[in-house]
Design a protein around this ligand. Structure first.
Ligand code: AMP
Ligand code: MG
Length: 412
């Protein structure tokens, strides 16, 4: 299983090579707020007005002049009421207070609001129980953001919080980056569609294409399914040509020793430049990356666990960068081992693992797996724990970097 081009490179180098080969997105589109979720902002977004737009009350209570209630027990005449959703009314005169609702504009003259729970009504007057401080319970105009301040930067992923911000500044149709066009192709004479009922022992159902498409879908990308090609150059080269028209082509199988020449030679024949072939990772060592005229291609090993591991470790960060995300790197979270783990020296090893949060901490235990061909063992895992190429024995309680499906622990 030795990759063809000499010594495999370290994972960090492969990641750097792949992510730096990624072209940042340039094309953008304007979408509705609902469709913006999961997309990446292509422009800085500024506050279109002050936030809040006026001095607003943070409480139901009484708006008053703090100078009138500097000591406990002040009694002020009640002069009307202001409610949310109405323009400001007459100001507050000395010695008076106005009943006010949360979100209503604090009337001119008033500089504080006392919550209703700390008052007592006495006929047409109100007693203010405590001493009042200037500005209390008033959300000052512009205290959250001044008009023109950038509140969301280009490269931000749109989630519910960003939707709230976009809606609040009136960006009901934000400009986002176009999603990368990704194509997925599998190779292998033995590979048949998953939907096939009749299946012979020499045939294997295609799990890589659906799994890769699922991981892409989790990133918001609806990948083009180029199906499966048989292990012959004419079929492969033709399909590779189709695939290379995309921003990213993922090919599974045909990259390891014995069959390696198929995908790398097919890519080279279609004008792609090989960036690397062989990474010191386990599983996934035969992975190759190439740059074509329109985008990048990654050849993933056919073994299902290898293909998914390579996707999470190398492809997902590169793709996040291609999507325009400022935060594209996978976070280095640590998980505490519940059971000991051993790793051989030589390669960064990704151990399939089940995660559990206990005492608000991430715990992990390696799952039982027969190896990189054991597709079913992946379904027992939430992701991976990672051991360095030095290898070693890791007793229970050791802390190791953890990676979840798609790159984030706990995020499926
Ligand atoms: P290869 O990398 O082509 O040598 O394939 C390695 C192993 O992965 C072989 O046992 C293949 O049958 C298996 N394999 C390759 N492609 C797929 C696929 N699309 N789905 C499931 N298994 C695959
Ligand atoms: Mg094959």
């Amino acid at each position: 299983m030795k990759p063809p081009t000499g010594r495999p490179i370290e994972v960090e180098r492969a990641l750097a090579a792949l992510t730096s080969a990624v072209e940042p997105p340039v094309e953008t589109e304007v979408v509705d707020l609902a469709a913006a979720v999961g997309r990446v902002l292509a422009q800085d977004v500024a506050a279109d007005r002050d936030f809040p737009p006026a001095d607003l009350s943070a409480m139901d209570g009484y708006a008053l002049r703090s100078a009138d209630a500097g000591v406990p027990g002040a009694v002020l005449r009640i002069r009307g009421e202001v409610r949310a959703g109405r323009p400001p009314e007459a100001g507050v005169e000395p010695g008076t207070a106005v009943r006010i609702m949360t979100g209503a504009i604090v009337p001119a003259g008033a500089d504080a609001v006392v919550m209703v729970e700390r008052t007592a009504v006495r006929g047409d007057a109100v007693e203010i129980v405590d001493a009042v401080v200037r500005g209390q319970n008033v959300r000052q105009r512009g205290c959250e953001a001044r008009r023109g301040t950038v509140v969301l930067e280009a490269g931000t992923s749109v989630r519910a919080a960003e939707v709230a911000a976009l809606a609040s500044v009136g960006r009901a149709r934000p400009r986002v980056y176009r999603l990368p066009r990704v194509a997925v192709l599998s190779t292998g004479d033995e590979i048949v569609p998953a939907a096939r009922d009749e299946i012979a022992p020499h045939e294997i159902r295609n799990s890589n294409v659906p799994a890769l498409r699922a991981m892409l879908a989790a990133m918001g990308i609806d990948a083009v399914d180029l199906g499966n090609v048989r292990d012959d150059r004419p079929s492969l080269d033709a399909r590779i040509a189709d695939g290379l028209a995309h921003d990213l082509l993922l090919v599974t199988g045909g990259v390891s020793a014995g069959t390696y020449d198929l995908v790398s030679a097919g890519l080279a024949a279609r004008g792609a430049t090989i960036l690397f072939h062989g990474v010191a990772m386990k599983p996934g060592k035969p992975v190759l990356a190439a740059r074509g005229a329109a985008g990048l291609a990654v050849g993933l090993p056919g073994n299902p666990v290898s293909a998914c591991t390579v996707f999470a470790v190398l492809v997902a960060p590169a793709l996040r960068r291609r999507m325009g995300l400022a935060r594209w790197e996978s976070p280095e979270l640590l998980a505490t081992l519940d059971e000991p783990l051993s790793a051989k020296a030589g390669r960064t090893t990704y151990h399939l693992a089940r995660f559990e949060t206990r005492g608000r901490r991430l715990h992990a235990r390696a799952v039982d797996s027969r190896g990189s061909g054991d597709v079913l063992s992946m379904a027992r895992a939430d992701g991976w724990v990672v051991t360095p190429s030095t290898g070693g024995e890791y007793p229970a309680g050791s802390e190791l970097p953890a990676l979840g499906w798609g790159g984030w622990p706990g995020q499926e």
